[in-house]
Design a protein around this ligand. Structure first.
Ligand code: ATP
Ligand code: MG
Length: 398
């Protein structure tokens, strides 16, 4: 496939929910473009990100290769707010060039060899272009049909050639890769994710980034009574998730001593819940300090004893800040499939010594009473303990 016959390789992005925004749309688009530019910084390639009506075009430097355009497309596919990423050809704005590009884009495809069905779909964002969309469809489709003998199927084509006439150029492309959907990170505010080394919390973090939150991560380690393994896991998970938002920070709380006090306070069956409330209270204090407006956990209703409705109620009662639980209605199998898709599952499945295993009682309470938990907290002098814990956090930079 020669570059010259087709034009210049570029990347065309289709926006998702943003297009439903009314007056705020510009704010969302501006944030999205900033996020795209940030994501592309690591590629060390001079790109030009332009906003067009309803789409974003990424132009590469002169002489850029198809492989470089593919790399750009792969990278932006992880940026929330986009539904489709197309590797496209930027073609001069005249009918001849467009027809030629339509032919060339089909020429080397495997669909030609097996005489697959095809369709041409044109759109004019610039109505001054001499041909209307359906005229362009018929012209280019006719040429492809004549040259390669591919049958047309408008209803269910196996190959679609897209032609989009823009202000300064025409984009010609075929299939694309699906984006993450959702909203641009940062448009919904900031939150703090309680990040274990488990399967659920990384997925919860991803789902909230996708709804426009920029998140920090807070991990409670059993140190000094456990090894640092869980911290490495949390770190590896945050690294894996960083490609969706950038500028991720991991904070670690040495939690072992606090857990020991919970255990020695008696109340075996309530230990897990007492610990969970202490984690949430500490997280709320940290969130205030880093200006996060909500907490995020990987809870799913009924998955384990601490996630019954009554116990979730007792957790909500521990803090004033909203606790977001994006996985509340998800099955474990659904969560695992998502974890596999975003690449966190294999890290989560590595063995570690979770701090929670330090106080796994034989039978955990599924109906914890808030009054009983408050009693335990009084004995622990929780108010004081929370400040100490928040003071002792360590930041792990990526
Ligand atoms: P996960 O797979 O996310 O660990 P889980 O099914 O193991 O979840 P729990 O261990 O009960 O469930 O934890 C529920 C939620 O509490 C987690 O999703 C996470 O948000 C938070 N959490 C649990 N342990 C920790 C920890 N050590 N550090 C930070 N947050 C934690
Ligand atoms: Mg866990």
């Amino acid at each position: 496939m020669t570059t010259s016959a087709l034009g210049e390789p570029c990347v065309l992005l289709k926006l998702g929910e943003i297009v439903l925004k009314g007056k705020n749309r510009e704010v969302f688009e501006r944030r999205l473009i900033g996020n795209i530019r940030n994501a592309l910084k690591e590629l060390d390639l001079q790109v030009d990100v332009r906003q067009r009506h309803g789409v974003v075009a990424i132009f590469l430097p002169e002489g850029a290769t198809v492989e470089q355009a593919d790399t750009v497309a792969q990278r932006v596919a992880d940026v929330p707010g986009l539904v489709w990423i197309h590797r496209a050809w930027r073609v001069p704005k005249d009918v001849d060039s467009v027809v030629k590009a339509g032919i060339e884009i089909v020429r080397d495809r495997e669909e030609v060899a097996r005489k697959a069905t095809f369709a041409v779909r044109s759109r004019r964002r610039d109505k001054r272009f001499p041909l209307r969309s359906n005229e362009l469809d018929r012209l280019v489709g006719g040429e492809i049909n004549d040259l390669f003998g591919l049958p047309v199927s408008l209803k269910n084509p196996e190959l679609t050639v897209h032609i989009e006439v823009d202000r300064d150029e025409v984009f010609v492309f075929t299939d694309g890769i699906p984006g993450q959907g959702g909203l641009p990170v940062g448009t919904s505010g900031r939150a703090l994710v309680l990040m274990s080394g488990g399967i659920d919390s990384p997925v919860a973090a991803y789902r909230m980034m996708k709804r426009g939150l920029h998140v920090d991560f807070l991990h409670f380690s059993g140190i000094p009574f456990t090894t640092s393994e869980s911290i490495y896991k949390a770190y590896a998970l945050v690294r894996k998730l960083d490609r969706f938002q950038g500028r991720s920070r991991l904070w670690v709380v040495p939690f072992g001593k606090a857990q020991q006090s919970i255990r020695s306070s008696g109340q075996d069956r309530l230990a897990v819940m007492a610990q969970r409330r202490l984690m949430l209270k500490t997280a709320e204090e940290v969130a205030h300090r880093i200006r996060a407006e909500a907490l995020v956990t990987g809870d799913a209703l009924g998955q384990v004893a601490s996630q019954t409705l009554q116990n979730i109620t007792a957790q909500d009662n521990a803090v004033d800040m909203p606790i977001l639980r994006p996985l509340v209605g998800w099955d474990k199998t659904e969560i695992m499939a998502e974890a596999r898709r975003i690449g966190t599952l294999e890290i989560s499945e590595l063995p570690d010594e979770d701090c929670c295993s330090l106080l796994a009682p034989k039978r955990a309470e599924t109906r914890a009473k808030i009054e009983d938990l408050k009693q335990i907290e009084k004995r622990l002098d929780a108010e004081e303990l929370i400040v100490q814990l928040a003071d002792s956090i360590q930041e792990y930079k990526l």
